[in-house]
Design a protein around this ligand. Structure first.
Ligand SMILES: *Cc1c(COP(=O)(O)O)cnc(C)c1O
Length: 392
């Protein structure tokens, strides 16, 4: 299995068959497990074997299949599946940090991640330093001997900034700090977090793994020592486990992940090319497109730039709302990586909570649109975008 390509791992890794030899993964919708004897129960609580489970908050056969498949796909030893991406992010941070620790993080973060760092962890006596994630010198200056953990999004949401992950891992490891990557945008099929030396990668499986807008889920991937040590201990006692039905749906989602992500990525690049030439557009940002200031770094780190792009429309919020309301095929929503193409206005929705000066710092302007390409025909999507742009 170690030598399988990612698309093969996405279909086969971690498969466990019951005595019935089912082809499609079985769903074990059970909270608990029966022990053949009192002695067996005692032995299992003492040290459960590979195919032995105790309670679904700790683990479940369907969930374990999903964890093993995700670990293989992400090139890490092990994984713990969680009820949502945020349950995974907050769980990993809470499991690994204590009072007095120092965290260095990129500033351009998903709104809820920023809340966990700045509002929750600070309350528990953790010191946070935020840096411009695109600036290696800022990482170098902020990571000090007392730094215990580094947190970042490999590709940031919504402005698609790219972090030089090799560099950050090198600097962090020199002082013994762990590197945690929120890897939602990079997609599990093209993730480079393990390659670059990250200690833990967290994926919101709500995004590309589900891919059809149904389930919330998340997964923490890393070394066996970290995952089955502090991460599992924290997650199993605090109740953030994934439910078996979600794990089963995600296993089915993984079978088509490679096809979907590659089609969605090529559609995103085609859209970036068209928008880059349009007189109504100020800037287009797609990591591997030549208009992105870090496209060389993005091309060396990842095979694609993902399935999301951002662009700024001339005329600020008014023109932007006219454009959004003029779209017929794209839906206005705040998720991404769905089969349906989605447009989002971050300044008034996902990042509404941020004070104006922080929006300015992050480049979240009134004219900024985040676009997630779905599985529709690329030409249909481009026609819809051009009609709405021309009608502003
Ligand atoms: C969506 C997202 C999350 C949160 O995931 P949920 O599954 O919605 O909890 C965290 N980080 C990033 C970068 C995301 O895009």
């Amino acid at each position: 299995m170690k030598y399988w390509k990612k698309s093969t791992k996405a279909v086969h890794a971690g498969t466990r068959r019951s005595q019935y030899g089912e082809v499609s993964e079985a769903i074990f919708l059970t909270q608990g497990f029966v022990y053949p004897s009192a002695e067996a129960a005692e032995a299992r609580f003492e040290s459960p074997g590979k195919d032995e489970f105790i309670y679904a908050r700790y683990g479940n056969p369907t969930v374990r299949m999903f964890e093993d498949r995700m670990a293989a796909l992400m090139d890490f030893e092990d994984a713990f599946a969680c009820s949502s991406g945020m349950s995974a992010v907050s769980g990993a941070l809470m499991a690994l940090l204590k009072v007095g620790d120092h965290v260095v993080s990129s500033r351009a973060l998903f709104g809820s991640c920023l809340y966990v760092l700045e509002d929750i962890l600070v309350r528990f006596g953790v010191k946070i330093t935020l840096v411009d994630g695109t600036n290696n010198a800022e990482w170098d200056a902020a990571i000090e001997l007392d730094t215990t953990l580094v947190f970042l999004e490999s590709i940031s949401n919504p402005t698609l900034e790219v972090v030089d992950l090799n560099h950050v891992c090198k600097v962090a490891h020199k002082v013994g700090a762990l590197v945690l990557v929120d890897d939602a945008m990079a997609t599990p099929i093209h993730s480079y977090a393990a390659d670059c030396g990250a200690d833990i990668a967290i994926v919101s499986t709500t995004k590309h793994v589900d891919g059809q807008g149904r389930m919330l889920g998340g997964v923490i991937t890393g070394s066996r020592d970290l995952i089955r040590g502090p991460i599992e201990a924290y997650m199993k006692h605090t109740g953030g486990a994934m439910n078996p039905f979600t794990a089963w749906t995600h296993l089915k989602g993984l079978e088509t992940l490679d096809l979907r992500v590659n089609k969605q990525s090529s559609t995103t690049m085609a859209i970036a090319n068209v928008l880059d030439d349009h007189p109504q557009i100020i800037t287009v940002r797609y990591p591997t497109h030549s208009a992105h200031p870090q496209h060389i770094l993005a091309c060396t780190q990842g095979e694609t730039g993902g399935t999301v792009l951002a662009f700024e429309i001339k005329g600020g919020k008014d023109a932007c709302f006219k454009f959004l309301n003029g779209l017929e095929l794209f839906i206005i929503s705040n998720n991404f990586a769905d089969a349906k193409s989605i447009v989002t206005h971050p300044a008034t929705t996902t990042h509404q909570r941020l004070p104006q000066e922080q929006k300015d710092l992050l480049g979240i302007s009134g004219g900024l649109v985040r676009l997630s390409a779905g599985l529709e025909d690329a030409d249909d999507l481009i026609s819809d975008l051009l009609a709405a742009l021309n009608a502003i």
